[in-house]
Design a protein around this ligand. Structure first.
Ligand SMILES: [Zn+2]
Ligand SMILES: [Zn+2]
Length: 109
């Protein structure tokens, strides 16, 4: 199951994300994309960066620590000919999104 935590994106970070990604629209709140976890850092997808295979993530921990990080996409795809790619970033904790068989996974937030 996917982590159910949401975080409102602070305005200054929204602005920063727009500058970094050239995206015209940044969600005002993002849901953590990791598989359900009890503690630690949460990661919500903000936007793809112009360069291929990189994305902007909102990383937060607790209520006060929140920042934007740029991460390369996770390169690990599911085995098999019609394999699905993972929606997370390289070296993420927990499972790949395609390992999460309990729900339909889509890479959009
Ligand atoms: Zn989380
Ligand atoms: Zn992955």
């Amino acid at each position: 199951m996917r982590c159910a935590r949401w975080r409102r994106v602070p305005l200054d970070l929204t602005r920063k994300a727009r500058e970094k990604s050239a995206a015209t629209y940044i969600d005002r709140a993002v849901q953590c994309q990791l598989s359900a976890h009890d503690d630690g850092e949460h990661y919500g997808l903000l936007a793809d960066v112009g360069a291929y295979g990189t994305a902007l993530w909102l990383r937060w921990h607790g209520t006060t620590e929140v920042e934007i990080v740029v991460r390369p996409d996770c390169p690990v795809a599911a085995p098999g000919p019609d394999s699905e790619g993972c929606c997370l970033f390289a070296d993420h904790a927990k499972q790949h999104t395609w390992e999460d068989t309990l729900e339909e996974v889509s890479c959009t937030s």
